[in-house]
Write a protein that binds this ligand. Structure first.
Ligand SMILES: NC(=O)c1ccc[n+]([C@@H]2O[C@H](COP(=O)([O-])OP(=O)(O)OC[C@H]3O[C@@H](n4cnc5c(N)ncnc54)[C@H](OP(=O)(O)O)[C@@H]3O)[C@@H](O)[C@H]2O)c1
Length: 247
């Protein structure tokens, strides 16, 4: 379909399949942009190095484009020291974080020599992260959105406002969302298992939302995550136990 950016993680259990896919595709390494992530259980200085080597072996790569700390828990400072070393050695082109909330991100930026290039966070029309994006901009951290479509929660694909805007531009709701995110300089990694939707989700560059469209989307903000609060103790515990014994 023409996609060249792939977002995977230790915790997705698909690095090996992706590695086989890259090899079978015959696409030149430098044309690909590959991201993987370090899970909580390995987020310390020693285990991060081991986890990186294991991911690289599964992905069949000799360098990585972007390595992220998947969740803001465990010894993330130790993990960052290991990742910074790999970055300085040229084995990773860029390093970043994921699911860091504003307080943790600012602390992390101010107490590390190398700042995260990216913070991959939930970002969609119902949870837009506008203030957080501004703050991240002050520290030079780019926003990458997961759940661009909210994984379809809250009937996002049938949202009347989004449907109206989509109809006006002769596009789909998914295409409006991706165009809106890209227009905000947000990196997108939409997920679909269907070939026709891969084509659709790529075809988002031939229209422009006007100020009225954008104002209507701004009005959809719900002010909270559609998934979880990364500061909720029960959710922290749940995430830490999620892959226990498996990774
Ligand atoms: N850092 C993190 O903590 C974190 C967390 C979650 C996800 N992620 C990453 O974010 C990526 C994005 O995935 P996501 O899970 O956040 O979900 P998402 O992209 O918000 O939504 C995916 C859902 O939307 C549907 N869909 C996709 N394109 C569509 C279209 N054009 N029309 C209608 N439905 C469409 C898909 O269904 P079909 O497959 O049936 O098309 C799927 O159910 C993941 O691949 C993962 O790499 C990161």
């Amino acid at each position: 379909m023409g996609y060249r950016s792939f977002d995977t993680a230790q915790a997705y259990y698909n690095e090996e399949a992706l590695g086989a896919g890259f090899k079978a595709s015959g696409i030149k390494r430098e044309e690909l942009f590959i991201t993987t992530k370090l899970w909580i259980s390995h987020a310390n200085e020693k285990d991060a190095l081991k986890a990186f080597d294991a991911s690289m072996k599964k992905l069949r790569l000799d360098y990585l484009d972007l390595y992220l700390i998947h969740q803001p828990y465990n010894d993330v400072y130790g993990a960052w020291r290991a990742m910074s070393k790999l970055y300085k050695e040229g084995r990773i082109k860029a390093i970043g974080v994921s699911n860091f909330l504003p307080d943790r991100l600012v602390d992390f930026c101010l107490n590390n020599e190398i700042k995260p290039a990216v913070n991959q966070i939930e970002c969609n029309p119902l949870h837009q992260r506008a203030d957080f994006q501004k703050l991240m901009g002050e520290y030079g951290v780019a926003v990458e959105s997961w759940a661009s479509f909210g994984e379809g929660k809250e009937n996002m694909f049938e949202n009347p406002t989004l449907m109206k805007i989509a109809k006006k531009h002769n596009k789909s709701v998914a295409q409006v969302i991706l165009n809106w995110l890209i227009g905000r300089d947000i990196i997108v990694i939409p997920k679909t298992t269907r070939k026709e939707r891969m084509v659709e989700n790529f075809d988002v560059f031939d229209f422009e939302l006007d100020s009225d469209d954008k104002a209507q989307i701004t009005g959809l903000e719900k002010g909270e995550s559609l998934f979880l609060d990364h500061r909720d103790p029960e959710k922290v515990k749940w995430l830490i136990e999620l892959h226990k014994g498996k990774i």
